[in-house]
Design a protein around this ligand. Sequence first.
Ligand code: AMP
Length: 457
Amino acid sequence: MSFTPLGLAPEIERAVRDEGYETPTPIQEGAIPGILAGRDLIGCAQTGTGKTAAFTLPILHRLRTGARGRLRALILTPTRELALQVCESLRVYGRHVRLDSAVVHGGVGLEPQQQRLRRGVDILVATPGRLLDLMQRGNVDYRALEVLVLDEADRMLDMGFIRDVRRIVASLPARRQTLLFSATMPDEIRRLSREILRDPVNVEVAPRRSAPAKGVRQTLLPVATVRKRDLMAHLLETEARGLTLVFTRTKHGANKLARHLEGRGHVVALLHGNRSQSQRTRALDAFRGKRARIMVATDIAGRGIDVEDISHVVNYDLPNVPEDYVHRIGRTARAGATGEALSLVSPEDHPHVRGIEALIGHAIDRRVVQGFADNGASSSRPQAGSQMRRPKDLRMMRPAGPQMRPAGHGARPNGNPIGSVVSPIRPAAPPIRSAAADSSPGSNHSGWRGRGMRRRA
Ligand code: AMP
């Protein structure tokens, strides 16, 4: 299917074509018609599925006519990086319509943002803390607001922003269109959506369990704790030769690892919450522009990274939260490409491995890199890429059969195809449309063949 049947204005379709997109992704196909019809929406989709365009395109369509210079759409995101990326998407997809977007986030001075708001904007992308700050200073006027988007709502919950979000929403006009996107649907997010959305269309393109993109090959590399840094350097010098994103659990760990790698002659970009906004922007630009082949990042900073061509994601430390593993490895194999996810696993990581394997529903291949085996702890594990059998405890934790099938080809116990979608939250209202949607970009099922992923500086 092309974009034409979705009914977007020609100038917006043209911008999509300029980007080289030929087919809407499943979330776009499922969400855009409902949003254009003015409905509220819950979009359950991971990053990498094209969800940003799923809401920015219809917002640009809606706002392209009508008054200018008054705040008509507000998009809340959990991190600065994501806010900047959404703003960039608005610029790219909105290049043939004359709408002003601005971004406000913490970590930089207030004054330029206040000035920007005073000049008037049509669309504002914001992180919750800074927005509240600006609201309290009387810098934001919501009287003309028509659309609210909560992007990555589950992440806002994880980061403790939900109270801020509720306070912001309470200041908005009640008559508005509200769109909520979230990779997962914890109870708190469900409750929030019942409170702030009206008769929403529900579009889901990922199975409710977390599923990494299909193109990512995942491998666990057992390693002794004291050899981790050396194995990391070894990987960068032997197999991870492309653009490589390395995750550490702590900011301190990120600093130490970056210094170590620099000591071995690598150019390293460093991204974590203690760095100033300009340092973060410079680091991302260097990585995106391939002047630094390696980026070391922590989860929060790394979450929104949308950089083309990342060939390897390395988990130097496994994350405490299994869902973060899925988000991390989703930074490679974007939009239908392939990529490698390597995880260094020392003995203290084994509990994290169990949580991750339970979440994704299968065991991850183990491979010992010669000379770096962990302290013997992996000797009972399968070697060299062999498909591991599911440990008993994981078998117990895994939901029943059909969910193990590849997304889009299985059926849920309730009879709905995994990854397809679309039921209203209130059982009484009829679904607005039904999209055969597969969670994996580029699959035959969805027909999405993204040339996509182009970014303009
Ligand atoms: P997102 O999930 O919004 O972070 O998008 C992931 C990537 O997919 C971005 O780099 C987009 O440029 C790209 N993308 C979005 N929609 C399409 C499409 N219809 N075809 C190809 N690529 C797309």
